[in-house]
Design a binder for this molecule. Structure first.
Ligand code: NDP
Length: 261
């Protein structure tokens, strides 16, 4: 972790929950990134006020409008990011935006399946495609050996609920079929990205943040998630700092353990 320095990072879905906490933790690092792109769907909306306050106090935070299901919005964000980076690349892309809807084998509809799939898997695919030239630029411009988030990396925020092997442990109390299928697909996308971008020196890893007290995590009335956002993101930050080629193309927990696909 010593010497770890990300010059630029982008986090999707950063107006609340885990995304907002990631922005706060990057700002609070002893050597914070020079540019922190905090993307959200509606920068002027009520749900973005805390992020806007942060950005007004920290000139290294730039808010970008980004709707993960809209390629025009993603391309426009990538153009603005490129201009701000002024010829340098993007070190770290964190695909965090995600949704979970109640969904059982009986209740799932084509509409639910496709809308969750669109945000949780088509979104990270399109966002990565749009920012890939900037990630490649960061990798090419780096004199660091091996892979790391301070060189060039894609971190996909996934979940253990997308792990096929782990499904028997959790299915009965959290069925969420559409969410599980979308995150299993995100795990596959991470593996494909790790194969496709290896020669570019871009590290690709999927991370499970734990069960976290956010709007998404507190989906069951009267049942509290395990972790505060600060506990989860403190763990994720440590994992992110320590990522290297041995973590390329795998799924890991917020505590740094490898999870089965
Ligand atoms: P929240 O519901 O608190 O936040 C979700 C974020 O994603 C919001 O910023 C939301 O923006 C954004 N978002 C949703 N849809 C889109 C979209 N189409 N385009 C752009 N942004 C979008 O969730 P969490 O912080 O808990 O979740 C973050 C990630 O962590 C997700 O990928 C989730 O699957 C994963 N995760 C969470 C767990 C938990 O226990 N909380 C457990 C395992 C994984 P808006 O405000 O506009 O809706």
């Amino acid at each position: 972790m010593a010497g770890f320095h990300v010059r630029s990072v982008l986090v999707t879905g950063s107006n609340r929950g885990i995304g907002l906490e990631l922005i706060k933790h990057f700002i609070g690092k002893p050597n914070p990134p020079e540019v922190i792109f905090a993307t959200c769907r509606d920068p002027e909306g009520a749900q973005a006020q805390e992020l806007k306050k942060l950005a007004s106090k920290h000139p290294n935070v730039m808010i970008l409008q980004l709707e993960a299901t809209d390629s025009a919005s993603i391309k426009s964000a990538a153009k603005k990011a490129e201009a701000r980076l002024g010829g340098t690349g993007l070190n770290l892309l964190i695909n965090n935006a995600g949704v979970m809807l109640p969904s059982t084998l009986e209740s799932a509809t084509p509409e639910d399946m496709l809308s969750v799939y669109n945000t949780n898997i088509v979104g990270p695919l399109l966002v990565t495609q749009a920012f890939l030239p900037l990630l490649k630029k960061a990798a090419q411009g780096s004199n660091q050996k091996g892979m790391s988030c301070s060189k060039a990396a894609i971190v996909n925020i996934s979940t253990v609920l997308g792990s096929i092997e782990k499904t028997p442990e959790t299915f009965s109390f959290v069925p969420v079929v559409s969410y599980r299928c979308s995150k299993a697909a995100l795990n596959m996308l991470t593996k494909c990205q790790s194969m496709g971008y290896k020669q570019d020196g871009i590290l690709c890893t999927a991370l499970h943040p734990g069960w976290v007290k956010t709007e998404l995590g507190n989906f069951q009335p009267n049942v509290q998630a395990d972790l505060t956002v600060d506990e989860s993101v403190s763990g994720l930050m440590k994992v992110i700092c320590d990522l290297s080629e041995k973590h390329h193309g795998i799924l890991m927990s917020w505590e740094g353990n490898t999870l089965p696909w």
